[in-house]
Design a binder for this molecule. Structure first.
Ligand code: KG4
Ligand code: ZN
Length: 371
């Protein structure tokens, strides 16, 4: 059928997305029909684990080494040529500048060589919109973005339209998981290790602080929690000479439960703030970012938001942590809004808040352990 012979026929669009802002080199191709046509990801965890966190120079070098092959592999998987794509998107910030440059330069080169538009994607917008790739979720929605570098609550009003309701004043939630895991000798990244150990632990054994829990607003604070875990671990070592496997499990469980208590308490306030901003009705709540892969936290969040009359949504586990599909999809959303888009003049931005009008936050949470 000729494309123009039927007005209702809308051609399927395809966007390739590149993610290199931190320690994953990832490429995906998604279609406007919400199909993931290719999805390749190369984790650098092994390259960084001995340092207990991401080393920017190593990350950038690994991106350079592997990105080209991942792109050609993704095109093969989707049985497409560059010419079959409608746009090339890449994470342009926030993140580690060396890695961002690798992804952006590669995407721009592909775009210029093929005459396709380049789309500069905000990594946080990638997380924020991922749930819409797998489900039909309407705007506005309340978003909890919890990752290694960020912990914030936003009202998502549309593509590119965000209002930040609260944010961490020090560490990000994922960063707290990573730092806690490091001091318990659980390796990097800490989230999955702590979640697994917590299953065998007693979450009532250690009483840990819950900063800001009774304060108004919905900012977060996690740095005191990590310090309290360190003190508790030191106490165990003083008593018995070493940290036992049970101590590790109990500390993991107590830590994870406390993070849950803090998230729930602050989210309750965020829900009130959100409801003040929208007409009465039932709205979606979306949790996104690497920490959203935690099943215990997902369940607690789901219980709260359903009690509050919102619907619960989260990306599938494999799309919670950094990946190329979230970048390709955010690029797609932008392309569908404006097919004349071309960000070829946009440069990598190590800092790039979603809500430009919000005051910058102090502490390291805006960058996090991953930076
Ligand atoms: O979104 P992401 O891949 O990267 C950033 O944009 O920061 O998030 C990575 C973070 C890490 O801090 C990691 O420890 C955390 O997500 N994470 C988890 C889990 N899986 C990953 N935290 C808690 N529980 C998990 N299962
Ligand atoms: Zn991320």
């Amino acid at each position: 059928m000729n494309e123009n012979s039927n007005k209702n026929y809308i051609r399927t669009r395809r966007v390739l997305g590149i993610e290199t802002s931190c320690d994953e080199t990832a490429v995906a191709i998604v279609s406007s029909d919400k199909e993931i046509l290719a999805h390749r990801i190369l984790s650098q965890i092994d390259d960084h684990s001995e340092y207990g966190g991401v080393v920017p120079e190593i990350a950038a070098r690994q991106h350079i080494q592997h990105l080209d092959k991942l792109i050609s592999g993704a095109l093969d998987d989707a049985r497409l040529l560059v010419n079959d794509l409608d746009a090339i998107a890449a994470t342009t910030g926030p993140g580690l500048v060396g890695g961002l440059m690798v992804g952006v330069m590669t995407a721009k080169a592909m775009a210029l060589a093929s005459g396709k538009p380049f789309i500069a994607v905000n990594h946080l917008e990638g997380h924020a919109l991922t749930a819409r790739l797998v489900e039909d979720i309407e705007f506005p929605y309340l978003l909890l973005l919890v990752s290694g570098g960020h912990c914030q609550v936003l009202m998502v009003k549309g593509i590119g339209k965000y209002e930040r309701l609260g944010s961490t004043i020090d560490d990000a939630a994922g960063e707290a998981f990573d730092k806690t895991a490091k001091l318990l000798n659980l390796g990097y990244p800490g989230g999955p290790a702590i979640e697994q150990l917590a299953e065998e632990g007693d979450d009532t054994r250690f009483k840990l602080p819950k900063p800001l829990i009774n304060k108004p607003g919905c900012d977060f604070s996690f740095s005191g929690l990590k310090t309290a875990v360190r003190r508790a671990a030191e106490g165990c070592v003083r008593e018995k000479g070493a940290l036992s496997a049970q101590d590790q499990a109990d500390l993991s469980a107590s830590f994870q439960k406390t993070v849950g208590d803090c998230l729930i308490a602050r989210l309750k306030n965020a829900i009130t703030m959100f409801k003040d901003r929208v007409p009465t009705g039932s709205y979606p709540f979306v949790v996104a970012g690497g920490v959203a892969a935690n099943k215990y936290l997902r369940q607690r969040l789901e219980e709260l938001v359903e009690k509050e009359g919102l619907t619960f949504h989260a990306a599938p586990l494999e799309l919670c942590t950094d990946n190329g599909a979230m970048i390709a999809w955010a690029g797609m959303e932008r392309f569908l809004l404006d097919d004349q888009i071309n960000d070829i003049d946009v440069s990598p931005r190590p800092r790039w808040p979603l809500d430009n009008s919000a005051v910058p936050m102090g502490g390291s949470g805006k960058k996090g352990a991953k930076a």
